[in-house]
Design a protein around this ligand. Sequence first.
Ligand code: SAH
Length: 462
Amino acid sequence: MAKIQAPINKNEYYDVTFEDLTHEGAGVAKIDGFPIFVPDALPTEKGKIKIVNVKKGFAFGRLIELHEESKDRTNAPCPIYKQCGGCQLQHLSYQGQLDFKQKQVREVLARIGKLDMERVKVHPTLGMNDPWNYRNKAQVPVGEREGGLVAGFYQQRSHEIIDMEKCLIQQSENDNIVQAAKEICQKYGVKAYNEPKHNGWLRHIMVRYGIITKEVMIVFVTKTDDFPHKSSIIAELTEKFPTIKSVVQNINPKRTNVIFGDQTKVLWGEEYIYDYIGDIKFAISARSFYQVNPEQTKVLYNKALEYADLTGEESVIDAYCGIGTISLFLAQKAKRVFGVEIVPEAIEDAKRNAELNGIANAKFAVGEAEVVIPKWYQEGNKADVIVVDPPRKGCDESLLKTILKMKPMRVVYVSCNPATLARDLQVLEQGGYTTVEVQPVDMFPHTVHVEAVVKIMLKEGN
Ligand code: SAH
């Protein structure tokens, strides 16, 4: 095939109009049909760009000057927005973000899933009333600059740690505790870990906050298992923040950018903090997975529960169940729920959480969903409803095939990646299911992450 000649050259300037936004939040302009991705630009805007990199079928550009602004453009309120890279959409109004996420889901389902979008309804994204300070977990690397401790984030594409006093999507209690921990550690001469040299001691600080219970856990991730000035540091911190219920040390001696090591010990207070999603109480340990935006998680799971349409008589499978969050939600309305998850510790948490809430009709199994569920099917077990909440890569094909054989009346698909969702829906549609409706939920305001829950029903006669 003849190589397509890019109609543009590196380092040259062009005046363009932006037509679209990529799933990574960059503006898309086209020159003779050739797409150029430009961060910070929004659809409908016009401006001057400089081409910085030309690839085979596309190029990257930098916005030099805006000539016409979108009506949805807003000033990103965070002063370190561009350096950090944690948020990608702060320059787009919140309503603009919600519209973008809805459109993204609709387009991907049409393009990749080949679904008939006249039939499949994609609802407007359910957003937050106040889309700030929503994260319940702060996890920051610690470094040193001119002898002082800094804690914040790695500058994009580097190992340099930028100090951060405040993150606008973070619970302010978390920011305050990180700040105080940094100051107190500094006072006692604590040495930060140095990644290139692999020396020093304090690697990361993690803080978790129960938004309902107001209980806090702080975790110090350190290179070695000692803790200089332990009693004084803990006394000062817990005195200043009575919300702290648990102080934990995790030891990571390895030369790695993985945050946690294998050894975890409670230094002070409890092993767990507690929080609620809806009426369900969760015990959260230092290493447990827990949703970072519990307020929206409740919205998402209530939608999943609504789409499952339970009467109390159903057997339900919750595939990729994590610590059993969705399973326990469903168990309140189903006859029985079976959760499957690959991480053994998560299943231990799920069992503990079931017990904590007095829920006896939820059972949990460790294993791969695509292995465990086919086995259940072979043993003659059936499900009326199957809920799946897979990681970004979507469901394994053998799981989808088993679903087609098991023929549950309804499938509820919770997805964090519209592309794999679309691919999997196509398989289900070809196997006798119909996609009824799709509800995007904004779990991570100001970022490009898109979460959606889908109601899928077995067609009559199948
Ligand atoms: N439903 C849970 C977790 C969803 S995240 C919640 O809402 O909290 C996806 C989960 O799938 C993770 O816990 C991950 O460990 C698990 N997972 C990944 N691959 C898996 C597989 N092949 N089989 C079962 N679980 C898997």
